[in-house]
Design a protein around this ligand. Structure first.
Ligand SMILES: C[S@@+](CC[C@H](N)C(=O)[O-])C[C@H]1O[C@@H](n2cnc3c(N)ncnc32)[C@H](O)[C@@H]1O
Length: 281
């Protein structure tokens, strides 16, 4: 098949659908190019591109979010407690962030407890996780850079930062095409690596090589979106240790050094998430 010009038509066709309209164009081009090369015809390539975009992003949404209404709800929250409750309610709208709600009170408090003050964070493929900021024990002056593919969600998150007086920047960015370049004390890479691998083999390792952060918090889901969780902890644990050169896992709470890299790694297992804190020296 001659792909000249077809790729532009494919991107136009895909973004006609409201579900994919605000997705970072770089990602649609990237996936579309592979699908055009692989499929026999234009229609199949459009369908294949939409399927892939659904897997890496669309599947996490039950319905379209009314972001102006969500921001108004946050603005109208009368006090800190009702603002926290609104954040919780809004985090329910993204399946991945929703899964963290039952463990939200312990997740950041436990993992970040032993760290020196965190002055800068990057939240990679963030979903609605930035709404968990009130639960993160960060330094008062902390900067917070977040990255995801949905333009409307990123505009909302920028509005949230401005409202909260947080020194935050929301980047509408495909991190496969343009990895986050911002150095930080802490990188949050929450339940993101399997998603990137689904889009492109080898993407997880490539991302980890580019992140400039002293502490990396990398996590995995313990059940699939469909609710099946059999063997997932073991599989993702193996994937993680494969990424850090096949070192055996330390016991919960115990630090272990990963071969070939000067990383100290601590493992945390919560009811709905498996997490590793990797500190580089
Ligand atoms: C499993 S969710 C994790 C969301 C969030 N980190 C959390 O744990 O709550 C994966 C996220 O990756 C985003 N994503 C997928 N591919 C991406 C890409 N190439 N660049 C940036 N974000 C991406 C999706 O939009 C989605 O929000």
């Amino acid at each position: 098949m001659n792909h000249d010009g077809l790729l532009g038509d494919l991107v136009t066709a895909v973004t006609k659908s409201p579900k994919y309209r605000t997705i970072a164009p770089d990602l649609i081009w990237r996936i579309g190019a592979v699908e055009l090369a692989k499929r026999g015809n234009f229609k199949a390539a459009v369908k294949g591109t939409k399927n892939k975009l659904h897997q890496v992003g669309g599947a996490y949404w039950d319905t379209a979010v009314d972001y102006p209404k969500a921001l108004t709800r946050l603005q109208n929250a009368a006090d800190e407690e009702s603002r926290r409750q609104t954040c919780r309610d809004l985090m329910r709208l993204h399946a991945s962030t929703r899964e963290r709600l039952p463990i939200l009170d312990e997740f950041y408090a436990t993992i970040l407890a032993g760290l020196p003050p965190i002055h800068s964070v990057i939240d990679v493929a963030c979903g609605l996780n930035p709404l968990a900021l009130p639960w993160m024990p960060l330094a008062a002056d902390a900067t917070y850079h977040v990255y995801d593919i949905y333009g409307d969600m990123m505009a909302f998150l920028q509005g949230f930062f401005d409202l909260m007086g947080v020194n935050g920047i929301a980047h509408h960015q495909d991190i496969l095409s343009q990895p986050p370049g911002q150095p930080a004390d802490l990188a949050l890479i929450l339940k993101t690596l399997p998603c990137l691998e689904q889009a492109e083999k080898g993407a997880a390792a490539r991302l980890l090589q580019t992140i400039q952060a002293r502490h990396l918090l990398i996590s995995y889901p313990v059940q699939s979106l469909g609710g099946r969780g059999k063997g997932m902890v073991e599989n993702y644990e193996a994937q993680f240790w494969g990424l850090v050169n096949d070192q055996p896992a330390a016991a919960a709470g115990e630090p272990a050094a990963a071969a070939d890299r000067d990383w100290h790694i601590t493992r945390f297992e919560f009811a709905t998430e498996l997490a590793f804190l990797a500190t580089t020296y």
